[in-house]
Design a protein. Sequence first.
Length: 304
Amino acid sequence: MKVLIADDDQISRMITKAAVEQSGHECIVAVDGDSAWQLYQEHSPEAVVTDLMMPGLNGLDLCRAIRAAEEDTYTYIILVTSHGSRKDVLAGMEAGADDYVTKPLDPFSLHIRLLAAQRITSLHADLARYRSALTEQARTDPLTKLNNRLKLTEDLGQLHSREDHDYCLAMVDVDNFKSYNDIYGHQAGDAALVAIATTLAREVRKADAVYRFGGEEFLLVLQDQSAATAGLVMERVRSAVHDLRIEHSGDPDGVLTISAGVSAFTDGHRAGTEQLLREADLALYAAKASGRNRVTLASALSPE
């Protein structure tokens, strides 16, 4: 465990450092509150042992600063007081300290508190990992492992806040997928969706994003693209899916294909997110109506 010691008294620092290292922990030493705060920000220690009274930030201020800065991490703070008065201890706990020791420092007392610190910070680290995993799971489609509609909503909100940033949406649908499921079964249908999702993700840039929109529908967000260049990208994607040669006896082409509709958020057309989605969906409908296995641009449609 990484432990930050903050104390302006040299003798106290030496005693505390020796006790921390004897307990088997890595030690970082600060000579006052200001340098302690800087070292904390640089090294993110799991535990802090801080004197109550120091130049610059005192122990209480340091506690408050650490608690205010924490997000998914937790730092165990041990306050060192000269007298252990109830007033000082209460003030320290209210400021965010977890425990306290008194001067002169008893190495055994500090060792016991560092054992507790290690246990508590380990639990917090586990919880942070679980929260992160749950957050990712809530935003990931379980079948294709693509981002889902919740993540799409969040990402589009961020994109749309950058009003001068061009991007395109491509709504994609697998052609005649219901008949594919009827002929080959849902297990084969799931395998086909996974293969198509993998192809979509492979054919776009890292800056772009692919989402499962629902059922056999996908949505692609293509960054820094005009409608024309996005159309070229989607033609390449359409061709790559066709080249998978997933047999489909119920399709005129004999294989699974996709159709796509593309809308654009560009100069002269700074439409809202819902409108862009609607335009992409209408373009997709037009692609389906004109024979499937093709890409249609919303800008090419006659206005309603």
